[in-house]
Design a binder for this molecule. Structure first.
Ligand code: AMP
Length: 543
């Protein structure tokens, strides 16, 4: 017997409709690429989204068409989140920090019909254009006054919008239709497209608004430091509309000073971003007398995208902010586990709590995890046995766009490529990417654990560990360190310090000091590049 409840599709348009009706005055504050900060209410964002939806329809955009963006976190990009998906087209956010050849590959692979871009990417689009076999319509996301330097033939976002009425009813369609498309960073081989659906996006948003999710609510003012081109801005644009949270968009400026200024002036309570963003934010506050932590109202910060060292959580705590981790990936929408504590953790001492803040969290409802050993067997969830992490759930991908085949095993599990431990409560601790783990004499050394241990040293600004060839042990760790400004860490002292944190046989065979560690376009340490950089490095014992 079927239930008799209404069967309304879970559509992204319903989010902005809800925000417009029930949180009409909640604000979207945006630092624009043109310079000024703009303020809109959700009611205004809703109306502008409808106008740009009408404009796209008038340009011939059809359901299923890909509409690509090369854009920062601004109100216009947010509007496209609702407008493009709302008409049944697919919002294809492209990471502008990738190499131009990769951007061209991604745009062509996705077959984008329209390419929308910020003022700052006008030159990039002009350069890319001859390479592209698609993107016949170009729209510059600016106003008429700034169209001068835009690629020839580009249409103007604000002029298109001004020509429409906003009298538009969002269409209803199947919630399983595609809503957005985001390509993974492609550190091995070509980038691959993850195609989200309206249903997966709405379910993921509901989780973000749960107390045991990210606890986002109408009481929050969210500083969105995650780029809107990285996994749907971790789902915050949708979840903020769902609960009416104020949204603060920093535009192209993710440096410490810009983020501090916005967090203070907009009294942001909540934020999320990759560790490098927080390093910059904290450096600015710690080094600038005018930047006063008391001026902030920041309560909770999610650190994700890479593991977070304890020192980062401590520095956040020192300015009154509770930091915690979430784990996920493009293929999981992305949030799959969140570092919330359980009632039994209420009495943890400061040290044990700091430890909990640095694990990747435990699965939220809708996500299951397990991990496999070398033989493909499920290994125990004892908090110490590492294995290859698998995931399945309502907002986990089943395959990649245009690749035809499913990426799941027979039981519906997706291989994450991460190595992790899981404990009895499901807390996951990522110890490595499978391809980065160091195999020394048949045993695994976690490069992430070593990096975090090194970053606890006061003279270390950033650390990365890679495995180098060793004739006896196959691989041994090399620690690459960026010293803090003005510091000159002593290698012997650093090794001694590490010996207090990790097993002796994990200690790096060598330490190299560099000015900077390469990062990927999404802020992760670029180990492939580092391995190239140190390809000829000979470890002392083997020299
Ligand atoms: P992406 O698809 O670009 O979002 O990258 C996903 C990958 O980032 C994951 O597979 C992990 O390797 C890494 N990652 C994400 N969150 C965390 C975390 N909290 N701790 C450690 N690694 C993480």
């Amino acid at each position: 017997m079927r239930g008799l409840m209404q069967d309304r599709p879970l559509l992204i348009s319903s989010l902005i409709e809800h925000a417009s009706h029930y949180h009409p005055d909640a604000e979207v504050v945006s630092k624009t690429c043109e310079g000024p900060v703009t303020r809109h209410t959700y009611r205004e964002i809703s109306e502008r989204s409808k106008k740009i939806a009408q404009a796209l329809l008038a340009l011939g955009v059809k359901p299923g068409d890909r509409v690509a963006t090369l854009a920062w976190n601004t109100h216009r990009h947010l509007e496209l989140y609702f407008a493009v998906s709302g008409i049944g087209a697919v919002l294809h956010t492209v990471n502008p920090r990738l190499f131009p050849e990769q951007i061209a590959y991604i745009l062509d692979h996705a077959g984008a019909r329209v390419l929308m871009f910020d003022l700052t990417f006008g030159d990039l689009v002009t350069r890319l254009r001859p390479e592209l076999t698609c993107a016949e319509t170009l729209i510059a996301m600016t106003d008429a006054a700034h169209m001068g330097a835009m690629p020839e033939g580009s249409l103007c976002y604000e002029s298109l919008l001004a020509a429409e009425t906003g009298q538009y009813a969002w269409p209803e369609f199947d919630e399983r239709e595609a809503s957005s498309l985001c390509y993974t960073s492609g550190t091995t081989g070509n980038p691959k497209g993850v195609l989200y659906s309206h249903r997966s996006t709405l379910l993921h948003s509901m989780m973000l608004c749960q107390v045991d999710g990210l606890a986002l609510s109408s009481h929050d003012s969210t500083l969105l430091c995650v780029p809107l081109f990285h996994v749907n801005g971790w789902g915050l644009p949708y979840a903020s509309a769902m609960c009416g949270a104020k949204l603060v968009l920093p535009g192209p400026h993710l440096d410490g000073k810009s983020l501090y200024d916005l967090a203070a002036s907009e009294q942001c309570t909540f934020s999320l971003g990759v560790p490098t963003v927080w390093f910059g934010f904290l450096d600015h506050i710690e080094q600038t007398p005018e930047a006063r932590p008391e001026a902030l109202n920041l309560k909770r910060v999610v650190v994700g995208g890479s593991s977070a060292p304890r020192s980062l959580m401590r520095r956040l705590e020192a300015i009154g902010v509770y930091g915690f981790q979430a784990w996920g990936m493009s293929e999981t929408s992305p949030v799959a586990t969140v570092g919330n504590l359980l009632p039994k953790h209420a009495d943890l001492d400061a040290e044990a709590r700091a430890e909990m803040q640095c694990v990747g969290g435990r699965p939220v409802f809708g996500v299951e995890l397990r991990h496999l050993g070398d033989e493909g067997q499920v290994v125990p969830q004892d908090g110490t046995t590492p294995g290859e992490l698998q995931v399945r759930g309502h907002w986990v991908t089943s395959g990649y766009y245009g690749l035809g085949t499913s990426s799941l095993d027979a039981e519906g599990w997706f291989d994450t490529g991460d190595i992790a431990t899981l404990d009895g409560d499901g807390y996951v601790r990522i110890t490595d990417r499978a391809k980065d783990v160091i195999k020394s004499g048949g045993e695994w050394i976690s490069s992430i654990d070593l990096e975090n241990a090194a970053m606890a040293h006061p003279d270390v600004a950033e650390a990365a560990v890679i495995g180098l060839f060793h004739p006896k042990w196959q691989e041994r760790p090399l620690l690459v360190v960026v010293p803090r400004p003005g510091a000159r860490p002593d290698p012997k002292d650093l090794r001694e310090f590490l010996a207090g944190h990790v097993a002796r046989w994990w200690l790096p065979d060598d330490i190299a000091f560099v000015e900077a560690i390469p990062h990927t376009a999404t802020g992760k340490i670029q180990k492939t590049e580092l391995r190239k950089q140190f390809a000829d490095h000979v470890l002392p014992e083997t020299a």
